[in-house]
Design a protein around this ligand. Structure first.
Ligand SMILES: [Zn+2]
Length: 485
């Protein structure tokens, strides 16, 4: 019976650098013994003096740990694969950072010390580090994903790092955006990001672009970079970055996060599919909540942004298999990764055979977020301000205050006398409201409550108004003791 054994990177040097070795054996133990017989050096890594499998080595038969089966006595079948998974530590043994034959011309002595752990890996080495130093990478967004991306790329010594952002640091950013500290609240993200990245590595050049990326400026900004890393939080910018990368023939290292889940891919139309091949059209506005509405686990962008940074470095040094034509899904709750195959769509409007998008378009309109539609929405919903609500409450006017947020948001803060009916339950629970009452509806910022007002007006309610700016505006302008989240 012949069985395939996957040799981990750490042990490959003892098996003629082979990734997979085919050996004979009826059981796991026999197969491993035959591997040891063929490659004497690997044997002492796998077995102790008594011939037992060492504790820091796990052996998986297909997806199962053989310890949970019958250990070495587990029978193997034709076509089975064994995987050796040894424990590995993050550190590397001290060694000369420079191999004798490697040219050192372009790195200073300080850089050689700094990048020593890269230089001693043949996959990176001096040649790879020269590429890293020469590389120009643009990060779209200096927030959740931009933080690990920026920190790792700066630490790795990527020569030029561009940052596009126009936001100001808020308290609610600090839970995940490690580029910014408590003292940075109120500062421009670009200022605190640049400062932090230069602290990490003063050898890199940080270029800041304080703009909202749009059809008018995107090509001009992107054209100077080798790789674009998309870490934005909105659909118009995602399509804009994708199309600009396709037109400029640049790889777009993509990641997105929501609550407990992340996605990573490398879109590069010259070598595989683009974002539009995967998602030809954006979801209608309001269908997919943003992180501001739906929340995000603080550590999630750390994991996903680090994966994104890994893909950037792989592309720069030209090693490994980039996620071109693959979509990596990460589920932090299940702690599960899945890799799906993506195909290039021959009918893709931007990278297909007969593209219809040959220049950048109006992405706000494409995503249904045009100025006209938002003006229409606003004018369609009667509103009152937080000051007007305060007067009503002070005068003890009779009215019904409806909160359409979620119960866990209601627990954080609430307005006095409000009743909670989450937006999703409103259609079933509308009978709890009296259409004769004057009703003021609020949510966190005013978006969900505007939809609730629209629904109630369509259901025959006449005296319904939306609280502009929601409880957040109330906390900012009326009662600062109400926590903002
Ligand atoms: Zn495409």
């Amino acid at each position: 019976m012949s069985v395939k054994i996957h040799i981990p990177t750490a042990l490959r040097a003892y098996a003629d650098k082979q990734e997979v070795v085919e050996v004979e054996g009826q059981t796991v133990g026999e197969a491993l013994n035959n591997l040891g017989a063929r490659y004497g050096q690997i044997k002492k890594h796998l077995f102790n003096e008594e011939g037992e499998l060492r504790n820091f080595v796990n052996v998986y038969l297909n997806d199962e740990d053989v310890r949970s089966l019958k250990g070495g006595k587990t029978a193997v079948d034709k076509g089975d694969s064994l995987m050796i998974v040894p424990a590995i530590a993050g550190g590397a043994p001290p060694a000369s950072p420079l191999r004798a034959d490697a040219p050192a011309a372009s790195l200073t002595a300080e850089e050689i010390q700094r990048y020593g752990r890269h230089l001693i890996m043949p996959e990176v080495g001096m040649q790879g580090h020269k590429k890293i130093k020469a590389a120009k990478v643009l990060l779209v967004g200096a927030g959740g994903l931009g933080s690990p991306l920026g920190l790792y790329l700066a630490a790795a010594g990527v020569g030029r790092i561009g940052l596009v952002d126009f936001d100001v640091v808020e308290f609610s950013n600090l839970q995940r955006q490690l580029l910014h500290s408590t003292g940075d609240v109120g500062r421009k993200k670009l200022d605190s990001a640049k400062e932090r990245l230069l602290e990490v590595n003063p050898n890199v050049r940080i270029e800041t672009h304080e703009v909202r990326l749009d059809s008018g400026n995107a090509l001009d900004i992107l054209k100077d970079y080798d790789i674009v890393a998309d870490g934005t939080d909105n659909f118009p910018t995602r399509y804009l970055v994708n199309d600009a990368c396709v037109l400029l023939e640049k790889p777009n290292v993509y990641a997105s996060i929501f609550r407990f889940e992340g996605q990573v891919s490398v879109f590069w139309a010259q070598r595989g599919p683009c974002y539009r091949c995967l998602y030809p059209e954006p979801p209608p506005p309001g269908l997919v909540p943003s992180c501001a509405e739906g929340g995000v686990l603080g550590v999630l962008p750390g994991v996903v942004g680090a994966l994104q940074a890994t893909e950037v470095i792989k592309l720069i040094v030209g090693q490994g298999e980039p996620l071109i034509g693959k979509l990596l899904l990460f589920d932090a709750l299940k702690m599960e990764f899945k890799k799906l195959n993506l195909r290039k769509n021959p009918g893709c409007p931007v990278c297909g055979k007969n593209p219809t998008v040959k220049a950048l378009i109006d992405y706000e309109a494409f995503c249904g977020l045009g100025k006209e539609s938002s003006v229409q929405q606003e004018s369609a919903v009667p509103e009152l301000t937080v000051q007007e609500l305060k007067k009503k409450l002070d005068k003890k006017e009779e009215f019904f205050l409806l909160d359409v947020r979620e119960p866990h948001e209601y627990e954080i803060c609430k307005l006095p006398g409000s009743k909670l009916i989450p937006l999703g339950q409103l259609p079933q629970r509308v009978s709890e409201l009296d259409s004769a009452d004057e009703i003021v509806v609020h949510c966190k910022m005013g978006g969900r409550s505007a939809r609730a007002v629209q629904f109630l007006l369509q259901s025959g309610f006449k005296k319904v108004k939306n609280l502009a700016g929601g409880i957040d505006a109330w906390a900012e302008e009326i009662d600062t003791s109400v926590p903002r989240y």
